[in-house]
Write a protein that binds this ligand. Sequence first.
Ligand SMILES: Nc1ncnc2c1ncn2[C@@H]1O[C@H](COP(=O)(O)OP(=O)(O)OP(=O)(O)O)[C@@H](O)[C@H]1O
Ligand SMILES: [Mg+2]
Length: 354
Amino acid sequence: MAETLLEMNDLHISFQTFAGKVKAVRGVTLALQKGETLALVGESGSGKSVTCRSMMGLLAKNAQVEGGEILYHGEDLLAKSNKEMKHIRGKEIAMIFQNPMTSLNPTMTVGKQVAEPLILHQKLSKSAARKRALELLQDVGIPDCEKRLNDYPHQFSGGQRQRIVVAIALACNPEILIADEPTTALDVTIQAQILELLKTLQNKVSTSILFITHDLGVVANVADRVAVMYGGKIVEIGRVDEIFYNPQHPYTWGLLRSMPTVDTGDEDLYAIPGSPPDLLAPPPGDLFASRNPYALTVDVHYEPPLFQVSPTHFAATWLLDPRAPKMEVPEAIAARRRYFLARNSGLIKKEGLT
Ligand SMILES: Nc1ncnc2c1ncn2[C@@H]1O[C@H](COP(=O)(O)OP(=O)(O)OP(=O)(O)O)[C@@H](O)[C@H]1O
Ligand SMILES: [Mg+2]
């Protein structure tokens, strides 16, 4: 049985704005296990960044935690002071932000930036920190790094800068690394390299990774488990093979259908119809109902609970209620399943955590 490192229970977060209250996170329950890679997937505005910023104590000023807890080693992170969170941030829980270019200081040499958390959190001397910084830069694959310690961020390529950000995040061997779409600004080959790098480093340091993306395809071969988020809620969660081979939620079906890399004979790239839900005045019922071709009447009135599909797999769709009409998986999804199975080796981790 895997050890649970962090547990988020029924988290609710909203933002006060001029237009009213934005209900960004609406009851998220999530557990991160030791050494696993959990992918949090969902379209823009679904609440991925807000959810993980809450774990770092880095919510915007107009944010309000309206309920829930985030237990880390049995203590609620939401009850911690700024000062206490400063000790946890970077040292125990590190984060790679959505825009890597802005997370480096342009006026400080790269060597100093990698050494800084080591001096601050691990109390290393300047020379020891510099030595360790060099090793870290080597680990993340910066060529000739000995000569480059005194260079500034702008002297590195986009991909190299992202590697430097990874080195800083891993400097203190954090228990948890949150990577918030660390690759959106980079081209696909570099994306693949950075993901590969995170995987390799994870084997070395056994950090748990919470990997955030809006692209389900990206996580197929890096994640152990996948949580699909929609309108501030987790609508489906399971082992990566369960999500790819046996998806249950129509929103997950939509995400799978919109994966661009899959050659299943569809001529046009599928896009989920409609737009994200209004979080200022959410309608009653399931927020996905208006975009869901498989919605039932009940969806318009009541939000579905998470139904259990397997001990590790849950989905919030009324289609799983025993009273729902029996329905075949749509052909487009069945085709993808066949495709994934045919190409299984290397595409999807065969087993998740046990
Ligand atoms: N400071 C803020 N004030 C008001 N609303 C906010 C604030 N920060 C986030 N939101 C709203 O909260 C919701 C969730 O935002 P979040 O940044 O978590 O989305 P996301 O899933 O990370 O999207 P993306 O893929 O675009 O990064 C959105 O509707 C967003 O507009
Ligand atoms: Mg985001």
